[in-house]
Design a protein around this ligand. Structure first.
Ligand code: PEP
Ligand code: MN
Length: 380
């Protein structure tokens, strides 16, 4: 059960103290408090953890300072969409809104290799009006002998160039807690020229200790990739680990699942789950066509499979696209075969726009045909 307090109730206030005194008397119920400081107001939510089925919602509503009460009916307590729950399904970062009705493209290098490639990538993004990118510094590789990423070494020039070309958010995978400190320090020494969205890769979706640590910081939003060999529910629980530790700025990333049945693609595309994740939770949903498809190949009309699946995700309502581009894919140190070329960026972005407009038209159509409870009663 979640008690949503009326805005701006301070922990030092009498109202808050009286409320806590009441809640302290509840038997076998633990409290977890989440405070969100917005620009104009602060919001406090109190999670009652334990068997709350015997606690009447009406009683809780009369307690001092309580605005609304939500009975949590689903497993994803913080990120889930509960009955009567109209809390916001978005967060703001670096002046950008990430929500279930926005769309951002993060095109960029799978792995940072040379300064020149980073600069070319950022310049081309700026020239196309883009303000987000992906840049892998820490690469989890299947073989210990493969290039592991430049790590901390590349952060100063990645951040400096991001600032130079007006990039506001860089999606960057981390595989260890020390990487957060390294990113912090590099951003600080560069004068905070950009922001970072920490990415948890598919190989770490159930690295619970990493999830808890990333969840405890609220400086950076998190892109959590779906685990490639686990169920959707298991991956959503992983997202809930982040939120239950305090960080609810979480984007959920679909990137395909591992099975030979995906051949000739690298993974079986799972973008049919976009609407499922949006229905079950309040998270924005990202699709990663590059790691799903894993190769270049065109349909007979000339559209690359990578663009087809991107469009499939967006036409279903995806809110973010994470996609590999490279100035010279044949020289990329990681995942060159799946990278689009920079001269394909304009087509890619136009194609994204077409799919987005189709999604918006489809949503408007659904609104026109929406069946309300009253309609059902009328036809019975
Ligand atoms: C990536 O986006 O660079 C990546 C490694 O993705 P995934 O974790 O989905 O394989
Ligand atoms: Mn990759």
């Amino acid at each position: 059960m979640i008690l949503i307090l009326t805005p701006n109730i301070e922990p030092e206030s009498d109202t808050y103290k009286q409320l806590m005194a009441h809640l302290g008397r509840l038997h076998n119920i633990q409290l977890r408090i989440h405070r969100e400081q917005g620009v104009e107001q602060s919001l406090t939510e109190i999670y009652l953890i334990g068997n709350t089925s015997a606690i009447p919602v009406e009683d809780m509503k009369t307690l001092p300072g309580v605005g609304r009460v939500v009975r949590v009916s689903e497993e994803y307590r913080v990120l889930g969409r509960h009955k009567g729950d109209n809390r916001a399904a978005h967060f703001d970062y670096q002046g950008l809104r990430f929500g279930q009705d926005t769309l951002h493209v993060f095109a960029g290098l799978c792995a940072v290799d040379t300064t020149e490639h980073v600069e070319t990538m950022m310049r081309v993004l700026r020239d196309h009006g883009e303000v987000c990118t992906r840049m892998g510094a820490y690469k989890p590789r299947t073989s210990p002998y493969s290039f592991q990423g430049h790590g901390e070494k590349c952060l100063p020039y990645v951040f400096e160039l991001a600032g130079k070309y007006g990039i506001k958010v860089v999606a960057m995978e981390i595989t260890h807690e020390s990487h957060i400190d390294e990113i912090n320090e590099a951003l600080l020494s560069a004068g905070q020229p950009t922001g970072v969205m920490l990415q948890i890769g598919t190989r770490n979706t159930q690295n619970f200790e990493l999830l808890k640590i990333v969840g405890r910081q609220q400086d950076y939003p998190v892109l959590l990739k779906r685990g490639f060999g686990i169920t959707l529910a298991e991956s959503l629980h992983a997202a809930e680990y982040l939120a239950s530790e305090g960080n609810r700025k979480v984007v959920f990333g679909l990137r395909g699942v591992k099975t030979n049945l995906a051949d000739p693609h690298r993974n079986l595309v799972d973008f049919a789950h976009v609407s499922v994740v949006k229905r079950l939770t309040r998270m924005p949903v990202c699709v990663d066509p590059s790691h799903a498809v894993g190769s270049r190949g065109n349909g007979p009309e000339g559209i690359p499979d990578l663009m087809h699946v991107t469009a499939q995700g967006i036409i279903a309502g995806a809110n973010m696209v994470l996609v590999d581009f490279h100035p010279a894919p044949e020289r990329a140190l990681v995942d060159g075969p799946q990278a689009l070329r920079l001269d394909e960026l304009r087509q890619f972005l136009e194609d994204v726009q077409i799919a987005r407009e189709a999604y918006e038209k489809r949503s408007a159509l659904a609104e026109r045909y929406r069946v309300t409870d009253a309609d059902v009663v009328r036809t019975v």
